[in-house]
Design a protein around this ligand. Structure first.
Ligand SMILES: [Zn+2]
Ligand SMILES: [Zn+2]
Length: 296
């Protein structure tokens, strides 16, 4: 008698498909930079790239990281949405995915379950490879129920791909508009797309990714008992508005302030302090004087 056998499992899993999609999009965005060979640069294109590098960087640092992942300060529902939008514009994934992944990093820092530890894996995997692996898209054990209760954040997370598409259209459109209104600027739709979207995004990507790779390998460790290999790295801090003080951050993850000494510049914290003066953010959690001066 013939035995019935189940058809062999063919095709890719949902997580594998997501990983391949992300990898493809990220490679295409990297390749997009090559268009600069034909567009060249103008001061206005460079300025737009810089402005959006800052918007994206602060969206990640103040928004995705210090607010959504760590709840290190409070704000209104409106400004919370602005921070989510700025973070989404960095093209690093939806706000719920990013935050739950990052909370997982703190829970299992430099242990087997840490998705992007250069100690457990390797530099490449910590920097970039983990996002191209299916593990990054398996249902996280760490839920962001505190964020998921806001329908606008849930929607932004779900339809995050449209934020990318919108940016592509908007930057191109801005270039066309600038060229028609101010032809003396010598720019074009393609040039603003290349600088405002491709170059600015890729630079911000690698600055952020260095926090996961470089800041767990190179730099000084003020808190050797932080339970991981995190380091304080001034160069990464400069590029990420203060995120490179990563050993400080792993020690006091709940803190809105990452730079603890006067010379550990922390642009995101200074801006949060400024915003608190105007009542836009409040209840900034900051370590006590004793905690700041402690060396372990
Ligand atoms: Zn870390
Ligand atoms: Zn963190």
């Amino acid at each position: 008698m013939e035995t019935l056998t189940l058809p062999a499992q063919t095709g890719l899993s949902r997580e594998q498909k997501t990983a391949i999609t992300y990898a493809t999009i990220m490679i295409l965005i990297h390749l997009g930079i090559l268009l600069v060979i034909s567009t060249g640069v103008t001061p206005v294109a460079f300025l737009i790239a810089f402005i959006f590098y800052v918007v994206r960087g602060l969206g990640i640092s103040m928004g995705y990281h210090r607010y959504f992942s760590h709840k290190s300060f409070k704000t209104s529902r409106f400004f919370q949405f602005i921070l989510a939008l700025m973070g989404s514009a960095a093209n690093q994934g939806g706000v719920l995915w990013w935050s739950s992944t990052h909370r997982g990093h703190h829970k299992h820092s430099d242990q087997e379950e840490d998705l992007h530890s250069p100690i457990v894996h390797n530099f490449y995997h910590a920097h970039l490879g983990w996002m191209w692996s299916q593990d990054a898209y398996k249902k996280s054990k760490i839920r962001c129920n505190d964020l998921g209760k806001f329908p606008e954040l849930k929607a932004l997370n779900k339809y995050y791909a449209f934020v990318i598409l919108f940016q592509i259209v908007a930057f191109y459109g801005l270039g066309v508009l600038l060229n028609s209104l101010y032809p003396e600027l010598g720019t074009s739709g393609l040039q603003i797309l290349v600088w405002g979207f491709f170059i600015s995004t890729v630079f911000m990507w690698h600055s952020t990714f260095m926090v996961n790779s470089v800041c767990h390998i190179w730099g000084y460790q003020r808190y050797k008992n932080s339970g991981d290999f995190s380091r304080n790295n001034p160069f990464v801090s400069l590029l990420t508005f203060g995120e490179g003080w990563h050993n400080n951050h792993h020690k006091y993850g709940w803190s809105a302030r990452n730079g603890f000494k006067w010379w550990e510049f922390d642009i995101s914290f200074y801006l949060l302090k400024l915003l608190s003066v105007f009542g836009i953010v409040w209840d900034l959690k900051v370590p006590t004087k004793e905690q700041l001066t402690a060396t372990h």
